[in-house]
Write a protein that binds this ligand. Structure first.
Ligand code: ADQ
Length: 500
């Protein structure tokens, strides 16, 4: 494992600090652990290695006792938390605006959902400069700054302008779009120039890396691409930028340990007793239009129409975690999902008996989430596009008995690592997903075990520690040899053998 100690200065920057400041009824703030993919991924790493984390603390404006609260959190977490203060207006235009109404939909190939408001871009630049200032104040020459995700693409450029002599690396947690989608961005040249100010650029998959390289080749005359796109040179300065793909993983052993605890096992057993004599199909997603929830519900409806054998023998548990509800499209999506659930239950429910869909709209306790993972025989992970998708990996880790089936979208980043065990689907293909549900339902135990064993091996071997190691090795020791994905990767449809 690559060692970084405090004196090598590992500094992480992300949109939010890995804590949430909330106000209680008496008006006092208190600190709580945060949730979400990035936080789940990085917490074990910084705990292990120590360091500094820079980000927005979770409340805008001046909070009187914020320093005291963060000091208390520092003591408990074993690394330093450094806040970036933002006003309400800055949050709105930087986070909800540029990040989530422009970059998020565009990078997920949904350009028709973008709101290209020019003021968002101006505030995005200002806020990225503010992050760079806080990073510069908390680093010394030679430190290594690891910046996370699409909210902070300009940070390395701003650090250079301040004159900070640090090494910088960037990891994009979401997909990087193909050229013909990326060119729709009004600030495409500025953004590419900002990205090549990093010393290392990491993507989730080889496909994202290739998309990025294609944009560089086509849109940047002043950058030379070497070999297969692992090294770029800036013609003016001769500076080198390295580019790689590093699929993020989970803390596999921690999931296994937690899933086997009595509390989780008891809750899973309770769930099974409550819904007996059937297979449970699970969907767990943040409320987001990229996760393909309405399409999945339509596929489930299609399966119930075309395969009446499934009636009373399956229940779909769809958990939706509230997210970004102040963006209108997210609220519209919530209404659409609730209408579909109501329609399908109205169509198939047996009075006094079977209800085909159990819908849960709230953030779950960890032990409840793991109990769902343990209790469900089939997981439906069908995003329209996803950087990686950790739910797919968490589900496999918690499938202790290895008798479960994962149905996985070809367009999730995790598909590249999981193609040998999952049933692959195109989430837009309603009948194809319905067929996969039926195939999973009827799959015998021998095939289930063989597939799940392969899946769990991949998730275990390429876990979160492996991810951090490969990334830091590339960043610190300049070793780009440990690339995990086969060069010839193309998504395969497990059902029909179709390839894209
Ligand atoms: P997300 O879009 O948030 O992450 P995902 O990878 O699925 O998507 O991570 C969701 C996380 O939230 C999981 O770790 C899961 O355990 C957690 N979670 C789910 N349900 C919950 C609940 N009810 N309560 C609390 N927590 C819950 C982004 C990208 C992904 C990429 C990750 C990491 O969009 O593609 O995989 O970053 O890089």
């Amino acid at each position: 494992m690559i060692k970084t100690s405090r004196h090598t200065g590992l500094i992480v920057a992300s949109n939010r600090l890995p804590v949430a400041l909330t106000r209680n009824d008496s008006g006092n703030y208190h600190i709580e652990p945060g949730t979400g993919g990035l936080i789940s991924a990085l917490l074990p790493v910084l705990r292990d290695r120590g360091g500094v984390w820079v980000g927005w603390p979770g409340v805008s404006g001046d909070v009187k006792n914020i320093d005291a609260l963060l000091k208390e959190a520092n003591r408990r977490s074993g690394y330093q938390l450094k806040p970036v203060a933002l006003t309400e207006e800055e949050r709105r235009k930087f986070y909800h605006g540029f990040s989530n109404e422009i970059i998020w939909p565009l990078f997920h190939d949904l350009q028709s959902l973008c709101n290209f408001d020019p003021s968002y871009w101006h505030v995005y630049q200002d806020v990225n400069r503010r992050y760079a200032e806080v990073l510069a104040q908390n680093s010394t020459d030679g430190d290594f700054i690891w910046v996370h995700d699409y909210h902070l693409m300009n940070v390395a450029m701003e650090l250079r302008q301040i004159g900070a002599k640090v090494k910088t690396a960037f990891f994009l947690h979401i997909p990087f779009p193909p050229l013909d989608i990326f060119v729709k961005l009004p600030w495409r040249f500025q953004l590419l120039h900002a990205l090549v100010e990093y010393d290392l650029l990491g993507f989730q998959t080889l496909r994202d890396q290739r998309n990025f390289i294609q944009c560089v080749r086509t849109l940047m005359n002043d950058v030379a691409v070497h070999g297969k796109g692992q090294v770029l040179t800036l013609r003016d300065s001769g500076r080198e930028v390295r580019v790689g793909s590093f699929p993020i993983g989970i803390d596999f052993n921690a999931y296994v340990k937690r899933a086997t605890e009595k509390e989780v096992a008891d809750k899973a057993a309770q769930l099974r007793n409550f819904l007996p004599n059937r297979q449970l199909i699970l969907g767990v997603d943040r409320l987001d239009y990229t996760k393909g929830i309405p399409q999945r519900l339509e596929a489930f409806r299609n399966a119930l129409i075309r395969y009446p054998q499934l009636h009373e023998r399956v229940t779909l548990i769809q958990v939706v975690v509230p997210s970004r509800e102040d963006i209108p499209q997210y609220n519209d999506l919530k209404i659409r999902i609730e209408r579909l659930v109501g329609e399908i239950n109205g169509q198939f429910t047996k009075p006094g008996g079977w209800v085909p869909i159990h819908y849960v709209f709230r953030s779950l306790e960890r032990s409840d989430l793991l109990a769902y993972y343990r209790a469900a025989e089939i997981a439906l992970v069908t995003p329209l596009k996803d950087g990686m998708n950790l739910v797919a990996k968490e589900y496999c880790a918690c499938s202790i008995e290895e008798g479960c089936v994962l149905i996985l979208s070809e367009f999730a980043g995790s598909a590249a690592q999981m193609k040998r065990g999952a049933l692959f689907v195109n989430p837009y293909d309603i009948e194809g997903v319905a067929d996969a549900i039926y195939r999973a339902f009827t799959m015998d135990m021998t095939e289930r075990h063989a597939r799940m064993r392969r899946l769990r091996r991949a998730v275990r071997e390429q876990d979160i520690f492996w991810w951090v190691d490969s990334f830091l090795r590339a960043a610190i020791s300049r070793d780009l040899s440990a690339f995990p994905l086969p060069e010839d990767y193309v998504p395969q449809n497990d059902l029909g053998g179709m390839s894209l």
